[in-house]
Design a protein around this ligand. Structure first.
Ligand SMILES: Nc1ncnc2c1ncn2[C@@H]1O[C@H](COP(=O)(O)OP(=O)(O)OP(=O)(O)O)[C@@H](O)[C@H]1O
Ligand SMILES: [Mg+2]
Length: 236
């Protein structure tokens, strides 16, 4: 199976070279766990490798995203400027809608984007897409509606041959009974908890599922540093 480097060297080693190419991958975890940063690593590495990338951002402006990338030493703005990275501004459509509702007391039709329609933001030539965060599409839907829409989106992006990272916030993930896990090829779960041996609160990730990949579902401690995500080994 072909692999896509994750942008995190030690994670590539764990995953036999990277994320499975052309497949859907889910990243979940509480706020501040590092989900967006996992996405930024994948985008940056893919841009460096000359791939066409798309980021669909539902909660942050491109400017916020570039600042966040810079905080971990990644100059992502450069690839936005040269056109290699496209940013879908679903965030702005949502904000426009809220403004419209406030001003006119109703929402103008056509501004609302459905989860399955996000594929329209991804040109056929795209190699890598990161969608951050699909959780906003669960607010008015049942777990079944969400799963149908998510399966449709996943199917369309798979057909395009696009490797896609779906980022989903913890509360939406739990509210939809964790069904998102079933639709994807692989799943990475981020946790923040106290280490009983050191009494320090640390960030962890676990890979409960990664088809075609020999990976243990154990917990790995990681840190977010000015150079990005660093996995901690037992000797650290
Ligand atoms: N250079 C850095 N050094 C240390 N920590 C950093 C650095 N840059 C960012 N962080 C930490 O990373 C965390 C944010 O990670 P990230 O934005 O990926 O979380 P998230 O899971 O996407 O959260 P949310 O669900 O709120 O979007 C922040 O809490 C911040 O403290
Ligand atoms: Mg985030």
């Amino acid at each position: 199976m072909e692999r896509v480097p994750t942008g995190i060297t030690e994670l590539d080693v764990k995953l036999s070279g990277g994320y499975p190419k052309g497949k859907g991958l889910l990243v979940t975890g509480v706020s501040g766990a590092g989900k967006t940063i996992f996405g930024l690593h994948l985008l940056y590495r893919s841009c460096v490798d000359g791939k066409e990338c798309v980021l669909i951002a539902t909660e942050e402006t491109p400017e916020d995203i570039f600042v966040q990338a810079e905080m971990i030493g990644l100059d992502l703005a450069k690839y936005y400027d040269n056109g290699q990275l496209i940013i879908g501004r679903v965030f702005e459509s949502r904000s426009n809608k809220s403004r419209q509702v406030t001003k006119y007391g109703f929402a103008q039709e056509g501004l609302e984007v459905e989860l399955s329609q996000l594929a329209d933001y991804v040109p056929d030539s795209t190699s890598i897409a990161v969608i951050d965060n699909i959780g906003v599409f669960t607010l008015r839907s049942t777990a079944q509606d969400f799963r149908d829409q998510f399966d449709a989106l996943n199917f369309t992006l798979n057909k395009k041959g696009c490797t896609t990272m779906f980022i989903m916030d913890e509360s939406a993930y739990l509210m939809t009974n964790q069904v998102a896990d079933y639709s994807v090829y692989g799943s990475v779960r981020l946790l923040v908890k106290e280490n009983p041996y050191t009494d320090r609160v640390e960030r962890y990730f676990t890979i409960p599922k990664m088809r075609s990949t020999n990976v243990m579902p154990d917990l790995t401690v990681f840190e977010i540093t000015p150079e990005g995500i660093r996995l901690k080994t037992k000797t650290d």
